[in-house]
Design a protein around this ligand. Structure first.
Ligand SMILES: [Zn+2]
Length: 48
């Protein structure tokens, strides 16, 4: 189990979640339920 970081491209919400290694499950934003999200293996730099 690892922690992955997600950022919603629609509303900018960022969150982290546990993922299985190799897990490629499609996730949705926990806030606006958009599926336009990006996944990061480490904490993304804050937006300027
Ligand atoms: Zn969102």
């Amino acid at each position: 189990m690892a922690i992955a970081y997600f950022r919603c491209m629609m509303c900018g919400h960022e969150w982290e979640d546990e993922v299985e290694r190799g897990d490629d499950v499609e996730r949705t934003c926990t806030k606006c339920r958009s599926n336009s999200i990006r996944q990061f293996k480490s904490k993304p730099e804050p937006k300027e």
